[in-house]
Write a protein that binds this ligand. Structure first.
Ligand code: NAD
Length: 342
């Protein structure tokens, strides 16, 4: 079965979703939809229009015509051709698009900027794949939560269960090129608990989670420190073995040169990955320490690309492509080339 997929909103996330779906051997990317001839759309035109472009309601087609950007049709035309939409429009817009999906009987996976109420299931490919099976509307966790849950779920399954986690998120405040966030040099506190800790509990209700988030004026990746309490003591060796066995976790060491968030970005560029993307979270081996019965570690979240694999898992769940979690994530990983570096 080849599942037909469309993407709404060809921005930071949407262009990466489109590329990710196009790589899947059992999916067809029918096209992408957007509102305006943004720089990402202009870059797509300059690359020779790898994907058909459809315009959402409110788009001014003359602006696309002036730039010779070919338009394949309207949003409705796209919806008529797909089984499922990946909605990566700006936060809150997906709720409006959902009315159209419902009218057309098209399934959808939404991103983290939408309210949880938009979806039947708040979804993570590794932690609750089965809950998404054959559902109509999934919402993916945010970038930080996606990476955090990968690591906590990994320990939870491999090291005898996790009872409690406390996190500190050092959050990049903007994506590269986000001029609307301003030119700043300050840190900003969020009220505790961070939504990522609360979201983790929604997906993993058996884990008590809380935490603090600090915004930082950087663009290349968040860092999260995690204090995790197991049902029984988790040693550094147990944690390291579990993390190393996970295909979407890249275990690195500071002495190798992975000094911080920027090292991952540079390494991804050196690999020739499009846009300097990395699908894996980074996990510093030298950050893993035992504190009493707790285990402490730090992870790097490449915010622009980390949700792509779990969103593709969402297609597999909603379309019932694989009934079992590990078969599904393995297919996604295979087509995205995840784990081939091991
Ligand atoms: N940027 C990140 O690091 C990141 C990480 C994880 C999740 N997310 C989530 O992904 C979603 C998209 O964020 P983004 O950063 O890619 O935004 P973005 O602003 O980069 O892209 C949004 C795109 O949607 C287009 N658009 C506007 N109105 C539209 C409509 N009615 N229908 C379809 N497209 C429309 C815009 O022109 C733009 O190209 C949000 O829910 C966000 O919270 C973002």
């Amino acid at each position: 079965m080849v599942v037909k997929v469309g993407v709404a909103g060809y921005g930071v996330i949407g262009q990466r979703l489109a590329d990710g779906v196009a790589l899947q051997g059992d999916m067809e990317l029918v096209g992408v939809a957007d509102l305006a001839p943004t720089l990402s759309i202009r870059a797509m035109k300059e690359k020779g229009m790898p994907y058909d472009l459809y315009l959402v309601e409110g788009a001014d087609k003359t602006k696309f015509d002036e730039l010779d950007i070919p338009v394949a049709g309207t949003f409705n035309d796209l919806l008529d051709k797909v089984d499922i939409m990946l909605d990566s429009s700006p936060g809150g817009v997906g709720a409006k698009n959902k009315e159209l999906y419902e009218e057309k009987g098209v399934k959808a996976v939404f991103q983290g900027g939408e309210a949880n109420s938009i979806a039947d299931v708040f979804f993570h490919g590794y932690a609750n794949y089965e809950k998404g099976l054959n559902q109509n509307y999934l919402k993916l966790t945010s970038c930080n939560t996606t990476g955090l849950i990968r690591a906590v779920d990994c320990l939870d399954r491999e090291c005898g269960g996790i009872r409690k986690v406390v996190i500190t998120i050092i959050r990049r405040v903007a994506d590269p090129g986000d001029y609307h966030r301003g030119l700043t040099n300050a840190l900003q506190m969020d009220k505790a608990p961070s939504h990522q800790a609360v979201d983790l509990m929604t997906i993993m209700p058996h884990v008590e989670a809380t935490g603090i988030l600090v915004h930082t004026p950087v663009t290349h990746g968040h860092i999260i420190t995690v204090v995790a309490s197991g049902k029984k003591k988790i040693s550094k060796e147990m944690a390291l073995k579990a993390f190393k066995g996970h295909d979407r976790i890249r275990v690195v060491r500071i002495d190798e040169g992975f000094k911080g968030n920027a090292s991952f970005f540079r390494y991804a560029r050196d690999l020739g990955n499009p846009r300097g993307d990395m699908y894996e979270i980074g996990l510093w081996e030298d950050s893993i320490v035992e504190s009493g019965d707790d285990i402490v570690f730090a992870i790097n979240i490449p915010q622009e690309s980390v949700t792509i694999p779990e969103t593709v898992d969402g297609i597999r769940a909603a379309m019932g492509m694989q009934a079992e979690r590990l078969f599904a994530v393995a297919e996604t990983n295979k087509y995205l080339g995840i784990g081939k570096w091991k």
